[in-house]
Design a protein around this ligand. Structure first.
Ligand SMILES: [Ca+2]
Ligand SMILES: [Ca+2]
Length: 167
């Protein structure tokens, strides 16, 4: 008979804990403050070498996707700011980040390694891209053709300078 009050008390604590978990956001694992930030930039890789060099500007308006658990399903996105910057505030765990390469560009940097958040901010998860080679080529006049055209114009110009009479 003396054990019944104690077990009632334990059950009450379990119920209270469950209610607190629900009130604080549904999942006890997701309650509280995020553990840290994952941040980086999307940049214009002008020389296409896959790393950000001085003078290579950030790209604004690029979508960065976050795959929590790195399980192939994206769970959150950010749009890069004026300096090409983005950041996610996340709980401890494994994350994969990918950029949606803007139309007309190709990604030059390797996809970044998965990030394991362990209460320490992670920065420099960067994405480079460059303008895609244009599919529209200038009609092939050829170097020889251009040289010939330039020579004809030069002869005509010289003739005009001499006497205004092209013969
Ligand atoms: Ca570069
Ligand atoms: Ca996921």
């Amino acid at each position: 008979m003396s054990s019944r009050p104690r077990s009632c008390r334990v059950e009450r604590w379990i119920v209270l804990a469950a209610v607190l978990a629900l009130v604080s956001g549904g999942s006890p694992l997701r309650a509280g403050v995020p553990a840290g930030s994952i941040s980086g930039v999307s940049y214009d890789d002008l020389n296409g070498d896959g790393t950000r060099d001085p003078g290579e500007p950030g790209l604004a308006g690029v979508t960065i996707q976050l795959d929590e658990d790195a399980n192939g399903t994206f769970d959150d996105t950010r749009i890069t700011g004026a300096a090409g910057d983005y950041s996610f505030f996340v709980f401890n765990g494994l994350y994969r980040l990918r950029q949606v390469t803007p139309v007309g560009r190709v990604q030059t940097s390797a996809d970044p390694a998965d990030v394991f958040m362990n209460s320490t901010n992670v920065s420099n998860v960067d994405f480079g891209s460059e303008l895609a080679p244009s599919v529209v080529e200038v009609p092939a006049l050829g170097d020889a053709g251009l040289v010939a055209l330039a020579a004809l114009l030069l002869i005509a110009a010289l003739a005009l300078l001499r006497g205004g009479d092209v013969r």
